[in-house]
Design a protein around this ligand. Sequence first.
Ligand code: URA
Length: 254
Amino acid sequence: MKDVHKELKEVVSSLKGHLIYQRDILLAEGIPAKEGSGVRGQGSVGHKVHTPKPTTDHRPPTTIGSPKGKSHKELLEELRAEIGDCQRCKLGKTRTNLVFGVGNPDAKIVFVGEGPGRDEDLKGEPFVGRAGQLLTDIITKGMRLLREDVYICNVVKCRPPENRNPEPDEIESCEPFLIKQLEIIKPKVIVALGTFAAKTLLKTELPISKLRGKFHDYKGIKVMPTFHPSYLLRNPEAKKDVWEDIKMVMAELW
Ligand code: URA
């Protein structure tokens, strides 16, 4: 007589292995591996997603621990209003739209990028260009989440002209707003996309290649630095490293 339990265990284990394999393949192959300039936001793409299983909990917005019992959503709206038509640094003069952030105010995971590119500047939403499509693929195909489940923002909220790097004074002016966003959302994990996000959050000069692959601490929140999606457009072979980082993030979340 066969041991039904043993057989069932084997089936489940092989199914699990298969699913993990499928997910790895999807990320390795499914994310567009086009070579490109990699500059922020070239060629706008829609980011609506179709298949993934929604994992957002649909409990009422979090108010516990928030000042005056306000929800995270309300607090983020207040912060956005406080920023206003910002002219605190020189990027205010050249931007089209300020790109505050998008997603679930109660997200367990926040992705922090560098700063808006052309598409983001035009749309007022982070990560909607080519790099954004790649980030969306990581979230949807890799993590099986929706963009709406997570929160996405940048270190600087206005586009640096010609997609140049944000300058120290610009980061300094904008950083308080990133700090407040993270204070309000209180995620379990932050994914720092690229050098500027990692440097700003972790106050380190170490390169992203040295920082990635392990968790760091930001005010008690776990931070996983990883390569920026724009870098992945230029160096698709680094996608496997990002996938390793993302798997560690998922293990932490679930
Ligand atoms: N790159 C970033 O760092 N942020 C965006 O929003 C888009 C591209």
